[in-house]
Design a protein around this ligand. Structure first.
Ligand SMILES: *Cc1c(COP(=O)(O)O)cnc(C)c1O
Length: 428
């Protein structure tokens, strides 16, 4: 095939920043891409395919059921919609209008984040409780389970819990107070893989619904994710996501998931129809999940550690850089920290937009270096979150060994202030 990106006037970038959605998320392995291409060429009953997906996701997570969603955030949307509407087609049809319905999600204040827009999009209102004194270093405590218990009322539809290492309050204690009041707990574990054990961990702790991103470490399509949990909630989520343009008599939903006889009629297109999932996403996610489970955490870490070591060796040949392999505190992955040699650890104190590639009179600092790498050909993107502290991080998850030389060349050009390597870029 021709280089489709070139035809579109775009070019591939070298992504040393991690599985970021804005950089195309995870590159899809050949095995997954081939399965997606095959599925793309067929017609298939999407509901029945989701029924198969449910069985596979249940096996992988220990949950009663699961569906493929259009990403973890879409999982938050249809998962919340399930908590609010249950299996009532009239309530489903009303969302996001939740006047008079149980529509509140209780959330520890420190768990608020940009992705909870997915919950609010279902029509939910977030009720924040507690204070994250621990993370603001104003104290030693975070929100506690009793504060969640105290906020539960007849308007509560669910509790939202953001999975992070050492998240407080502990999920078990949240589940305890929520279940005592008959309230489901929705866990956002979008970015918590690996370790693979986390696929089961939150369900084991009693969560009623859990979302994972398909486009991060699972290595699936960017617009895919998993929502798993209790069968009636998953059935509701799926009903609100499927295209349901059927007459009741001809409708044949996956029986293990949806009991047609328990419904007064076929629900209208629900709120999740806006984030529908195609056959390619479903198949891609399932093959990615299977591949993820076939590789051990140790083998995966080793595969990435090899790329990080190769980056270190390649960049060590360049003068002016100080390198430090380190473990990412969240994923445990081996990443490479890069500083400009001789720059103090503090670096510049505030982010500065002046990352003009060839501004020879501006002394090169980490922000400017990241800017030059981005304008190299091919462009190299690094994790520049801590660039204002003089630190760039190279993350191996979206790189192959073949990219290492290109990263080195881009650094060499950026350090010397030239505009970058030739610009020629061969597909591997
Ligand atoms: C990445 C992320 C999401 C969104 O995942 P998508 O699959 O891209 O929709 C949601 N929540 C958290 C905490 C995330 O890190």
């Amino acid at each position: 095939m021709q280089d489709i990106l070139k035809e579109l006037g775009e070019s591939r970038i070298i992504n040393a920043a991690g599985t970021l959605t804005r950089l195309g998320a995870s590159p899809i392995d050949q095995e997954i891409a081939a399965a997606m291409a095959m599925a793309a060429a067929w017609s298939v009953d999407i509901a029945q395919l989701q029924g198969r997906a449910s069985t596979m996701i249940a096996r992988a997570t220990g949950a009663e059921a699961g569906v493929v969603t259009a990403g973890a955030m879409a999982g938050l949307l249809v998962g919340s919609a399930a908590c609010i509407a249950g299996l009532d087609p009239v309530k489903m049809a009303r969302l996001p209008d939740t006047d008079g319905l149980r529509n509140e999600f209780i959330v520890a204040r420190g768990h608020r984040n940009s992705y909870d827009h997915g919950v609010r999009a279902a029509g939910a209102r977030l009720v924040e409780v507690g204070l994250p004194d621990r993370s603001t270093a104003c104290g030693v405590r975070d929100t506690e389970a009793w504060e969640i218990a105290a906020a539960i009322s007849e308007r509560t539809a669910g509790v939202l819990w953001l999975a992070r290492p050492n998240a407080q309050p502990a999920l078990e204690s949240v589940v305890q107070v929520a279940h005592a009041a008959g309230i489901p707990v929705l866990v956002d574990a979008a970015a918590e893989l690996p370790p693979a054990g986390n696929l089961r961990r939150y369900i084991e702790a009693g969560a009623d619904l859990v979302v994972f991103s398909g486009g991060k470490s699972l290595g699936g399509p960017s617009a895919s994710g998993i929502l798993c949990g209790r069968r009636p909630l998953i059935a509701s989520a799926l009903l609100q996501q499927l295209d349901l343009d059927y007459r009741y008599e001809e409708w044949d939903p996956p029986a293990a998931l949806i009991d047609k006889r328990a419904l007064p009629g076929v629900p209208r297109h629900g709120i999740g129809r806006s984030c529908k999932v195609g056959k390619e996403q479903i198949v891609g996610l399932l093959v990615a999940l299977d591949r993820f489970l076939r590789e051990s955490d140790a083998a995966r870490n080793e595969r990435f550690a090899q790329i990080t070591s190769a980056l270190e060796q390649a960049l060590a040949t360049l003068p002016g850089l100080s390198l430090r392999p380190t473990c990412d505190s969240h994923s445990g992955l081996r990443v490479l920290e890069v500083r400009l040699a001789g720059t103090p650890a503090a670096g510049r104190s505030a982010p500065n937009a002046a990352s003009a590639p060839n501004a020879a009179d501006t002394p090169l600092d980490a922000c400017a270096l990241a800017g030059r790498l981005r304008t190299a050909r091919p462009a190299v993107h690094v994790d520049a979150t801590a660039a204002d502290q003089g630190r760039l991080v190279l993350v191996p998850t979206c790189l192959s060994l073949a990219d290492v030389g290109r990263v080195r060349d881009a650094f060499a050009a950026a350090m010397s202030g030239t505009s970058g390597p030739s610009g020629a870029f061969a597909w591997i």
